[in-house]
Design a protein around this ligand. Structure first.
Ligand SMILES: C[S@@+](CC[C@H](N)C(=O)[O-])C[C@H]1O[C@@H](n2cnc3c(N)ncnc32)[C@H](O)[C@@H]1O
Length: 266
């Protein structure tokens, strides 16, 4: 998140998606508009400012946004790791705050791997991997039809026909991709631990999993790892933790973490 505060001008934080700044502001709309205009003066990249008008909610993890200043438009064009994504952030989840994680995984993956991205959104993990690794097939499962529509557009724009969009619920479609993946990405942090069965279904006999989890910060990695390893052992897999880190602070007491691990069928 960028912040106007850094320059000591005001106390408003914002996310920049291309030319659109997204702000959070508690207080009257008139004040929000003043803060937005100030932001646009401070950061000339921001041509449009949208105001967060509700929490991220529902199965599709979307959020209400309302226009507050600048050019009146909702469609954004966002670039990351050499790829361009076009979408309306009211209709699909997207977080630029995961860009570091996408870069990190781009460095770990190898050409020729078969990858499955569960909960793929508009496809940033999938399309960036497919762009870098032309010899890889990247299956991207997402149940929000709007996100899949934007993902298909971005596959065309970025010339990544090796990213394969799949519309559907991971719980229902996992069986169609049995033993297909060398690498699995699970970016649904509130409930990814409910999809460990599906990860084993999709994994080849050995595979690497990157799982994102939100929870109470204290002991989050240790507690999550206990669940993952107990589940794997119950299903006759060996597991090895490769890496873990805090991705971001979610609230004063909660964090989002990532754990990378390898599974091997016994
Ligand atoms: C936190 S977002 C991650 C989006 C994307 N990976 C990114 O980095 O921008 C989670 C996404 O998972 C989708 N989703 C939630 N439950 C799902 C399920 N059971 N099967 C498929 N997609 C699901 C939501 O619609 C949402 O787009």
């Amino acid at each position: 998140m960028d912040s106007v505060e850094k320059r000591g001008k005001s106390s408003i934080g914002y996310d920049l998606l291309g030319r659109t700044a997204i702000i959070e502001f508690r207080g009257p709309r008139s004040q929000a508009r003043r803060a937005a205009l100030e932001l646009m003066k401070f950061d000339r990249r921001a041509e449009t400012v949208l105001l967060k008008s509700g929490p991220v909610e529902g199965r599709y993890r979307t959020r209400k946004l309302s226009y507050i200043a600048g050019v009146r438009r909702y469609n954004v064009e966002y670039r990351e790791n050499g790829c361009l994504f076009k979408f309306d952030p009211r209709k699909t989840f997207f977080s630029s705050r995961l860009s570091f994680e996408r870069s990190r995984i781009l460095k770990l993956a190898k050409d020729g791997e078969e990858v499955c991205v569960m909960f793929a959104g508009v496809g940033p993990f999938a399309i960036e991997l497919a762009k870098k690794f032309k010899g890889s097939i990247v299956t991207a499962i997402e149940e929000n039809p709007d996100s899949v529509r934007y993902m298909k557009d971005s596959i065309t724009i970025n010339k990544t026909p090796n990213a394969i969009p799949v519309t559907g619920d991971v719980k229902k479609v996992a069986k169609n991709y049995r033993e297909s993946a060398d690498r699995i990405i699970m970016p649904l942090p509130w409930s990814s631990l409910d999809f460990l069965d599906e990860a084993l279904t999709i994994a080849k006999r050995t595979a690497v999993v990157h799982i994102y989890i939100i929870g109470k910060t204290k002991n989050l990695v240790a507690d999550s790892w206990k669940k993952i390893s107990a589940h794997a052992k119950r299903n006759r897999y060996s597991v090895k933790k490769l890496f873990s880190r805090e991705v971001r602070t979610y609230s004063p007491t909660e964090s989002e973490i990532v754990i990378d691990y390898r599974i091997r069928k016994l």
